[in-house]
Design a protein around this ligand. Structure first.
Ligand code: 9UX
Length: 68
């Protein structure tokens, strides 16, 4: 597993955190997901054979937030 920390813009409550977490967790190839409202970032472990860091950014954007 690789790990990436992606800056996430636009999260303003824990509901946003839950939405971002759910979008990432539901993506094939994703392992652990830790999203911090305070830090405004998502720490994601993923299998680089199945998904890329850029694809993870796209997932965050599709959920309605800004990614790095
Ligand atoms: Mo909170 Mo976030 O009510 O999209 S869920 S602002």
């Amino acid at each position: 597993m690789d790990e990436v920390v992606i800056k996430v813009g636009g999260m303003s409550c824990q509901g946003c955190v839950k939405n971002v977490t759910g979008a990432l967790s539901g993506t094939p190839g994703v392992g652990t997901v830790q999203v911090s409202l305070e830090q405004g970032e998502a720490r994601v472990s993923y299998d680089p054979a199945r998904v890329s860091a850029n694809a993870l950014r796209a997932v965050i954007e599709e959920a309605g937030f800004d990614a790095e």
